[in-house]
Write a new protein. Sequence first.
Length: 369
Amino acid sequence: MNFTFSETEKNLFQNIESVLTKEKQLLQSTFQTEKDISEALIDLKQKLSSLDYLNAFNHSKTMGPVANLEMMRIFARYQPSLFLGIEYGFRIFAEMRQWLTESFIQSLKLDNTLPCAVAFCDDLVETNTQSQSITVQADDQHVHLSGQKRFVINAGISKWIVVNGQLDSKNALFFIAPHAEGIEIVPLRNKRIFPELVIANIHFRNCPVEKNKVVCSEKVDAFISNLRLMENFSCIACALGMMDQCIEITKTFAKTYQSENKPLIAHQAVAFSLAEAVTLKQTAELLAYRAAWMTASNDSEKGVMNHCARVFCTESAETIASQCMNILGGQVFVDNHRVEQMLYNCKFIQLLGTSTHGARISIADVILK
């Protein structure tokens, strides 16, 4: 296991930093409408594509999971909301392309749009695992979906919504247009959670889906498993990026703010609190990059390590944000302070996709085998 990056990889990281620095004005913008967010994501996608940033993890041109994780972390450090928008809008579809036929992809008529919003979450409501299941009924020309999916990223701005469910007792993917009959997209109004991200709950009420927009094959199970792995890495990278931001903001404040005629960081309690935050961050890094390395080497325990990193990184990010808020004091509650924002974000990514509760269940299942 070696986490030393090559010169080529280091140059790539610098190029990404350069692109994001040039787009600083865009990354710091306050978007008024969903259309503004969609245009920003497409613009960023075009600029990042030349760096092979959005390739699937096992794509022939990719730098590998470990280097990809570092690139993702760099982006998340700059703007976690747009980072998740890009990940769910483009990288996951890049992974999906490998499992779809070319004729099917062409039938989607994507053009220059966000390809899809992925509504795969099944375990967000921990007390009722059936609350977000999708029921499927088929007739001669269509299948009809009923049920709901919550907290779907890019739901209102994507060309397609991709839902997982079961057809003839097999896992299947259903591609649905956002304005189809029987579908209701309810935007999330809580602006404390990733304010520059389009998040919505989706209700399906006997929603018809053409049978030629259904993917049902033996490959679907493997694809969903792989997608959840990538989704976890997105949450891990987002957590690492937010840890970096929280600690940097707090460190700068502690060095410059005067308390009792000396910098705040000179007080032992503050220094110890920062030291604990840095220790948590360093430990999270080790676990995250080990999980990426095991994915790269196709280790038999890559799945359980991915879940371990998911749990530890996202929960450590919340702890660090809370510690930083204690040091920053009352200013964090003024004008949507970034550290206060990140505390809410950290809690949300614990529940996104496979929640930390679900990840713990998966870890326990492996232990009990």
